[in-house]
Ligand binder design. Sequence first.
Ligand code: S3P
Length: 443
Amino acid sequence: MSQPNPSTKPLPLAAGGTLRGTVQVPGDKSISHRALLFGAISEGVTRIEGLLPAEDPLSTAACLRAMGVGVSEIRAGEPVTVEGVGLDGFQEPADVLDCGNSGTTMRLMLGLLAGRVDRHFVLTGDGSLRGRPMRRVGGPLAEMGAVIHGRKGGNFAPLAVLGQPLRGTTIHTPVASAQVKSAILLAALTAAGPTTVIEPAQSRDHSERMLRAFGAQLEVGGPGLTQVTLTPGASLRGQDVVVPGDISSAAFWLVAAAITPGAQLTVQNVGLNPSRTGILEVLEQMGARITVLNSRDVAGEPVGDLQVSHGPLQAFEIGGDLIPRLVDEIPVLAVAACCAEGTSRIRDAEELRVKETDRLAVMARQLGAMGARIEEFEDGLAITGSSPLHGAVVDSETDHRVAMSLAVAAGIATGDSLLHRPEAAAVSYPGFWDDLARLRQPT
Ligand code: S3P
């Protein structure tokens, strides 16, 4: 566990009060990365509305600019334009590409760069990213002919990519990961012959939807939509992309309103892609009061407004194929479990150990400091929600989703809390602390 940096200020989080009002969460992180990346390899200009102006997409944009792609300045509320260089137009960057904290940037970039023949790329990131496994991408890409070197047999960044001609093949991925699937599909765009990716369970399908909209030839099938085949040859054309609000950011407000006495919130313009809505199913299973309003389709993704209010909650049990559909929401679901009647169980979630932090260990440690009855297992957590949480000194341990989950927990604790490293939230939700201050009301 890394120590809090004394140069960043801990944030006092007051207990008590409630939450009321309307909030518009920032753009979906997964869709934002993809809009930038797919725009970059297309012919012509891509115009993106609602792009997430947070640290992770800024990392993707910076890497693209370093390879000669024109990406306009990213400012909240303003459209972003990407001047595509075509499928093989990346210039060799003169320096290392810095992916910051962003696993999506590094993994999708590996797929994009593997087939750029006779060019050399080096990718690195912050301390967290340099400790995250990359062979899960490098291994499948090597089956297509890619050459990627890195620490520990190519598993850890810095990674060097030596662009090679690639061949199409069939790849069974060992984990249901949209980052792995998307990296393979991006490499497949310039491979010789079609490539099929077969996942153990369906992961989020934003790449499939958006690649098709940009003109790629792609078929999805298999049991549970776990099989995707991409046939190369089509050139991609720049598009207008509208990015919906991120359900993974909305999740903090959904849980906060469900557990905070007197709370009533409306979260507007939330992406409701079925490969992402596991959180809604679990909250429903818990008896949470959630209504979907104004369901609509925006640029190929389902969108709606969510109304949620406080009520009694029951424990939940989750595992299996549901996990990839709510993988980023498990930290905040752990907070919800602390306020539910009975023991909640999270299984088959070992992937959380290789996210921005080991989220099973970090949530057990931090919620434990607030008095939660939480037991940690190799693949999950068991949380008994009987006694109320108390205020405590807690730490995001540099993880954005942990920072925001702990803020939700602190709101319903019996005393005030102090959060170390709150600035981590800016990785996916730079306005989170302002939104929290605005929505908090006296009871
Ligand atoms: C993402 C996929 C998920 C998710 C991450 C974003 C994506 O990771 O946790 O925050 O944009 O493809 P995995 O694909 O590794 O499960």
